[in-house]
Write a protein that binds this ligand. Structure first.
Ligand SMILES: C[S@@+](CC[C@H](N)C(=O)[O-])C[C@H]1O[C@@H](n2cnc3c(N)ncnc32)[C@H](O)[C@@H]1O
Length: 469
């Protein structure tokens, strides 16, 4: 197998929308290439150490000749996209020349938000070998241009969609297929490139970060309104509808890491939603899951009519679906029965958090159940008192279901801290509520006398409220 090097030009890794998943993307490239030449366009090295410490096959090039500013000046001095592109190209050449000097004949140029899924690595190597063996072209730069254009040309224009969030059980990835490459290149792509997957994660950023780029580079205009998010969204969605091929494949290690980091507010999230690809697992599937996980909310009593056994689980699923995007929590998960049910409507919509102290030693059963469902792999588990969890969770919560301690030591403490943790428009639900008494009923009623929220009704012993906006 021929040796391959990568020249990778980077700016400040923690800024301008590239910070979110670039560590994972660069790691996937470091695993693919024999060596990577990382050339940096700024003095600010934040985030670079993290990458360098993990990989020994990296040469880091950063000095005043690769920076777009003078030593001691900040990044912000760069205000035109022409200069930005100029530096990028200039640095890619520096990286390539360093690789050629070290004896690499095949050098690819990439970007720090390109992810090479593992299953793409073998075919990519095969393709490069074949290219090298059959190419009649001479001259390394010419060969570089041919190879790089064939592999990455369209990718460089950001035509791959990879939001790995909100996927089905195996994980869906949307790839830009051969079709596009053929169109872009105006000729057929060799057969053995079918399987090469390179994913541009440029949509794993917030729409405001597109906006920030517009402010940063006011000279940068495209006919498609690249930084005007609503226009851009419309444009992207129409392109994906026309060209994208949707495949369902298992996520590899880096893909899963990217999926875990994906946020509901990311650009890709909106694109997937518009394409109808945001994933919800159907109610019947999740009720089956709840039964299999021994949910206490499923009525197993002999006298209960069949049609009524799952009414509480259905209500919970509806509530979780109605709540805004953002973090969703269950306090008191036990074996995970109710958690695996309502979470079916929250995939790709924000972090999922399970809280329990498992004082009765049911933790192993919960962990084993969670493992059965790959779509819940990103779940955060907080083994602690439910009333202490709000302090351990970053930001506000969109949905919370409390089914933990039903006495003074449990619900009475929970109700002091959880309402404040819910975001405006967010939903808080309780199990074991009764208007006729009991600690849960009393605590909830007293809270609602003080703090009026919109009632979303009660089913079985679940009662739910929406926080005023
Ligand atoms: C009724 S079970 C939950 C049933 C689950 N929601 C279901 O549908 O299968 C209550 C759970 O709350 C947990 N729990 C009780 N008090 C708690 C507390 N103060 N802090 C954390 N977890 C608690 C218990 O360990 C138990 O697993």
């Amino acid at each position: 197998m021929g040796k391959v090097a990568i020249s990778l030009a980077i700016g400040p890794l923690h800024k301008w929308g590239y910070q979110h998943v670039c560590q994972e993307c660069m790691a996937s490239q470091a695993e693919f290439a024999d060596h990577i030449y990382v050339v940096q366009s700024t003095e600010d090295s934040t985030g670079v150490e993290e990458f360098l410490s993990k990989y020994s096959n990296v040469t880091f090039i950063s000095n005043p000749s690769t920076w777009h500013h003078r030593p001691g000046e900040t990044d912000e001095i760069l205000t035109t996209s022409k200069k930005m592109t100029g530096f990028h190209m200039h640095n890619l050449i520096k990286g390539r020349l360093a690789a050629f000097r070290d004896g690499y004949k095949i050098v690819l140029s990439t970007h720090n938000n390109w992810y090479i899924p593992r299953r793409g690595i073998g075919p990519l190597h095969d393709y490069i070998d074949k290219f090298q063996a059959t190419s009649a072209l001479t001259g390394r730069m010419w060969r570089f241009v041919q190879l790089n254009d064939t592999l990455f040309g369209p990718g460089a224009r950001g035509d791959f969609l990879c939001n790995l969030a909100g996927m089905d059980e195996a994980g869906i990835q949307a790839y830009y297929p051969r079709l596009k490459w053929e169109r872009a290149l105006g000729r057929n792509v060799p057969d053995n490139i079918n399987d090469v997957h390179i994913v541009d994660c440029m949509f794993e950023l917030y729409p405001e970060e597109f906006g920030a780029m517009q402010e940063r580079f006011p000279d940068y205009h495209t006919p498609k309104g690249a930084w005007d998010w609503p226009k851009y969204l419309e444009y992207r969605v129409s392109r994906f509808k026309r060209f994208a091929k949707i495949e369902s494949i298992p996520l590899d290690y880096w893909g899963q890491r990217i999926a875990d980091k994906s946020q509901p507010g990311f650009a890709s999230h909106y694109i997937l939603r518009e394409l109808g690809l945001s994933k919800t697992i159907g109610i019947d599937v999740v009720i089956r899951r709840a039964i299999d996980c021994n949910s206490m909310l499923y009525n197993r009593k002999r006298k209960c009519p069949e049609a009524k056994r799952a009414i509480q689980l259905r209500f919970l699923y509806e509530l979780a679906g109605q709540a805004p995007d953002g973090t969703a929590v269950e306090c008191g998960v036990y074996h995970g029965g109710s958690f695996v049910c309502w979470s079916g409507t929250r995939l790709g919509r924000g972090p999922l958090i399970a809280v329990d102290n498992w004082a009765d030693k049911n933790r192993d059963a919960f962990m084993a159940n969670l493992k059965r469902y790959p779509d819940l792999r990103g779940t955060t588990i907080l083994e602690m008192e439910t009333c202490e969890a709000p302090a351990a969770i970053e930001g506000q919560v969109a949905f919370c279901f409390i089914d933990a301690g039903h006495y003074e030591t449990g619900i009475a403490r929970d109700i002091l801290v959880w309402p404040n943790k819910i975001m405006p428009g967010g939903i808080l639900a309780f199990h074991d509520y009764s208007s006729k008494g009991g600690v849960v009923g009393r605590c909830v009623d007293e809270w609602q006398k003080r703090d009026k929220w919109e009632s979303l009704g009660a089913v079985g012993t679940i009662i739910a409220f929406r926080k005023p906006r």
